[in-house]
Design a protein around this ligand. Structure first.
Ligand code: NAD
Length: 448
């Protein structure tokens, strides 16, 4: 680890990554790499997670390609120095901000979108002119292996390297003199990463998780709400950081909404989803046991069957849960959707406010005052009105959490800014000087 970081730092200090042409070429190279390795990437996602080609392409590869295009389109203007105004006290000087790469960055990725979440931050790091070390998740070993092979084929180790392994390896990496750490994963591990990085005052971005509510008010377009909630919740079998974790439904529309939810679960995944090989499995035995146990805490309304041999859990909806049940305490991160009902929106706002700030929040309802009330009075990372997940797919929107759901953001320009230090420069004139700042001068702005 020590040698690798030293190698990257030395190479970075030689200045290769700083010019526009170099960064542009690397982004094009990454695009070619994704095209060449498309088939192994799709196969590895099928092998480790049972992701269908369609789901793997739309949720992992397509996003990366559009992210590269956005960086390529805007890179020149984002990396150019920004001139700023000068106050009267600075008369004669020029003031500007230089966009400086941090240096050697570490990207630590989780297993749920193991390609996208390892490589999307890398796009930002390349565009900003950094060197990169990627630590993929050990829970998707085939994907991790493919990431290593493709990076090795396209990039030299002194520029971009992949280090495979578990938490011990990550901790060793964090002991090195890195210049930036970009972590995606759970809240608990995020706290440890930040603690370790603080020993060297290494800046961090933390993309974490939590419980993201979906609220369906009585004036919602029920059929569309159901369709979009089923898609957002059960894509990747609920193993999505911004999946609706639980539903808050206005009591008057509960029966109608549940009927529509059931219709779309069957439409998307079939009545026998356990036999549908396009439906994603749960990553491992430990997570399978954890998510299955939530089914015992409520009254099962839809689904509820499991296949322990193949780690599959049906898209399931449960009610009669309380905030004291572990299904309402932990981030579910699986295909179990608990339901609470309410009478007044204020009750919902009050309950959500008492808990850690969610990574995402979804509100379904037509009244604009209610939309405004919910989205502007509650604090959360980001979200949608009348949809789920879609905000993450727009690279013009910064993506990230707040409070316990994370710090910092990325995608599009936010990615460029995340991996860039803004260096402020005052270029002073030598043609004249102003007396007011020097001791003994009470004469204001006299020029001397
Ligand atoms: P995790 O926190 O267990 O692991 C993430 C990474 O950290 C892995 O590479 C792992 O090897 C490493 N790691 C684990 N323990 C460590 C330790 N003690 N010290 C150093 N490194 C350690 O997360 P996960 O299970 O892979 O992913 C699921 C979590 O990630 C969920 O909470 C989910 O909400 C969150 N997530 C967030 C986003 C986001 O963009 N905000 C995206 C996907 C997943």
């Amino acid at each position: 680890m020590n040698q690798l970081v030293k190698l990257q730092k030395e190479w970075f200090n030689e200045g290769h990554t700083k010019n526009f042409q170099f960064r542009k070429e690397q982004l094009y190279k990454m695009k070619t790499m994704l095209e060449t390795f498309e088939s192994p990437v799709l196969k590895s996602l099928k092998f480790d997670l049972s992701k269908s080609e369609y789901e793997a392409y739309t949720s992992e590869i397509a996003f990366l390609k559009s992210e590269i295009n956005i960086q390529l389109k805007n890179l020149k203007s984002w990396m150019s120095k920004t001139k700023v105004k000068s106050p009267l006290t600075h008369t004669g000087s020029k003031n500007y901000i230089l966009k400086e790469p941090y240096g050697t960055t570490l990207i630590i990725a989780p297993w749920n979108y193991p390609i996208q979440l390892a490589l999307a931050p890398m796009i930002g790091a390349i565009a900003s002119g950094n060197t990169v070390i990627i630590k993929p998740s050990e829970l998707t070993p085939t994907v991790s292996w493919v990431i290593k092979r493709m990076i090795e084929q396209y990039f030299p180790t002194h520029y971009i390297a992949v280090v495979e392994g578990d938490k011990k390896i990550t901790q060793e990496l964090l002991n090195q003199p890195l210049d930036y750490v970009f972590f995606t994963g759970s809240v608990n591990v995020g706290k440890k990463i930040m603690e370790q990085a603080s020993q060297r005052l290494i800046p961090v971005t933390l993309e974490l998780g939590g419980k993201s509510p979906a609220i369906v008010h009585k004036d919602a377009s029920i059929n569309l709400a159901a369709k979009r909630i089923v898609w957002g919740k059960f894509t990747n079998a609920g193993q999505t950081c911004i999946a609706p974790d639980y539903l808050y439904i206005h009591h008057e529309i509960k029966a109608e909404l549940l009927k529509a939810i059931k219709k779309y679960i069957y439409k998307f995944y079939g009545e026998k989803s356990l036999l549908n090989d396009k439906y994603v499995k749960i990553i491992n035995q430990q997570h399978f046991d954890r998510v299955s146990s939530y089914l015992e805490e409520g009254n099962i309304l839809i689904g509820g069957r499991v296949d322990s041999r193949n780690h599959r859990i049906e898209p399931s909806v449960i009610d009669q849960v309380t905030w004291n049940d572990s299904v309402m305490q932990d981030e579910i991160f699986g295909p179990v959707l608990p339901i609470l009902t309410y009478d007044q929106l204020d009750e919902v706002i009050d309950q959500v406010e008492q808990r850690p700030k969610p990574l995402a929040l979804y509100y379904f309802g037509e009244n604009e005052l209610d939309q405004k009330k919910v989205t502007e009075s509650l604090s959360f990372g980001g979200g949608c009105i009348n949809d789920t997940l879609y905000h993450i797919l727009n690279s013009h929107l910064p993506f990230g959490g707040v409070g316990e759901s994370g710090m910092g953001s990325y995608h599009g320009e936010a990615s460029f800014n995340t991996f860039t230090h803004e260096k402020s420069i005052t270029k002073q004139t030598t043609k004249f000087d102003q007396a007011f700042r020097y001791p003994g001068s009470e004469l204001g702005l006299k020029v001397i």
